[in-house]
Design a protein around this ligand. Structure first.
Ligand code: GTP
Length: 249
C-alpha cells in the first residue's frame, strides 16, 4: 500500500531506548515519547508500512551490568524486559494520537502483548497498523540492532531507518573530535573495517549478507523520520560498496 510519497513500501524504524529519556538521565519522559509519536504519525502519512524495533538502554543496560559482575544471560534478559516497557509506552502514545498499533513480543507474555508471529505481523502491516517489536530477538547475546535486522528480513522490509542522537555516521566521535567528518554513504565493509560504532558487527553483517540498506539519521530533527522514509538525502546511507553494486547490476 505504498501511497503518499514514500520511497519504500515497508520499513523498520529502529529507536534506541535512550531516545525516550529526553532530558532525563533515566527512564521515560512522556513529552519525548509524545514527540516521537507525533513524528511517527506524520511519517505514516507518507504511506510506508511501518514497524518499530525499540531498545531498552534507558531502563537497563545489560553490557554495563555485565561489566559490573552480573551474569550476561540474566543481564540480557533484563534488558529485553526493558524493551517491553518502552514498547508499551510508545504504543500508548501512538494510540493517543489515533494510530492503530500492535505490540508483538519475542518473549511470550500474552497478558501484555501478542507473541511474535511473523505472518500476523505482516498482516497487521498490510492493514496499515504500526507494529512494535518488543523483547529484541528473545535471545541473550543479541542486541536490539540485530533484532531490527532480523525482523526487517523476516517481514520483507526494504530498509532499516536507524534514528540516533547524531546526524549520521562520522569518521570519529563528532562530540569529541571537531575534525570528524560525516559520511553521506558508506559500505557495510567500511563500517566494519573502520570499527565505526553504528551498530554491532552482528547486525551490520546480517544486513550486508542480505543487502539490506540502513539509513542513520538524527531523531531530534523535526520531520527527519518522514524525510528518511521518503528517501531524501538525510544522514548516512549504509549499503554495498559501489564496485559491488556495479557487479550485481
Ligand atoms: P485481525 O483480526 O487480523 O485484523 O487482527 P487483530 O489484531 O485485530 O485481531 P485479534 O483478534 O488477533 O486481536 C484483537 C486485539 O487483541 C488486538 O488489540 C491484539 O493486539 C490483541 N491480541 C491478540 N492476541 C493477543 C495476545 O496474545 N496477547 C495480548 N495481550 N493481546 C492480544
Amino acid at each position: 500500500m505504498a501511497k503518499g510519497r514514500s520511497k519504500y513500501k515497508r520499513v523498520i524504524l529502529k529507536l534506541s531506548g535512550e531516545a525516550l529519556m529526553g532530558g532525563q538521565a533515566f527512564g521515560i519522559e512522556p513529552a519525548t515519547v509524545d514527540y516521537i509519536a507525533s513524528e511517527i504519525k506524520e511519517t505514516s502519512r507518507a504511506g510506508a508500512e511501518l514497524a518499530v524495533v525499540i531498545g531498552g538502554g534507558n531502563i537497563f543496560r545489560g553490557m554495563e551490568a555485565t561489566a559490573m559482575g552480573m551474569e550476561r544471560v540474566s543481564a540480557d534478559n533484563m534488558g529485553m524486559l526493558a524493551t517491553v516497557i518502552n514498547a508499551l509506552a510508545l504504543q500508548n502514545a501512538l494510540e493517543r494520537k489515533g494510530l492503530a498499533t500492535r505490540v508483538q513480543s519475542a518473549i511470550e507474555m500474552k497478558e501484555l502483548a501478542e507473541p511474535y508471529i511473523r505472518r500476523k505481523a505482516v498482516r497487521h502491516l498490510e492493514k496499515g497498523r504500526i507494529v512494535i517489536f518488543a523483547a529484541g530477538t528473545g535471545n541473550p547475546y543479541f542486541t536490539t540492532d540485530t533484532a531490527a535486522a532480523l525482523r526487517a528480513m523476516e517481514i520483507g522490509a526494504e530498509v532499516i531507518l536507524k534514528a540516533t542522537q547524531v546526524d549520521g555516521v562520522y569518521s570519529d566521535d563528532p562530540l569529541k573530535n571537531p575534525r570528524a567528518r560525516k559520511f553521506k554513504r558508506i559500505s557495510y565493509m567500511d563500517v566494519l573495517k573502520k570499527g565505526l560504532h553504528v551498530m554491532d558487527s552482528t547486525a551490520i553483517s546480517l544486513c550486508m549478507d542480505n543487502s539490506l540498506p540502513i539509513v542513520v539519521f538524527n531523531l531530534k530533527g523535526k520531520g527527519n523520520i518522514k524525510s528518511a522514509v521518503m528517501g531524501e538525502n538525510i544522514g548516512t546511507y549504509i549499503g554495498a560498496a559501489k564496485a559491488e553494486v556495479r557487479k550485481r547490476a
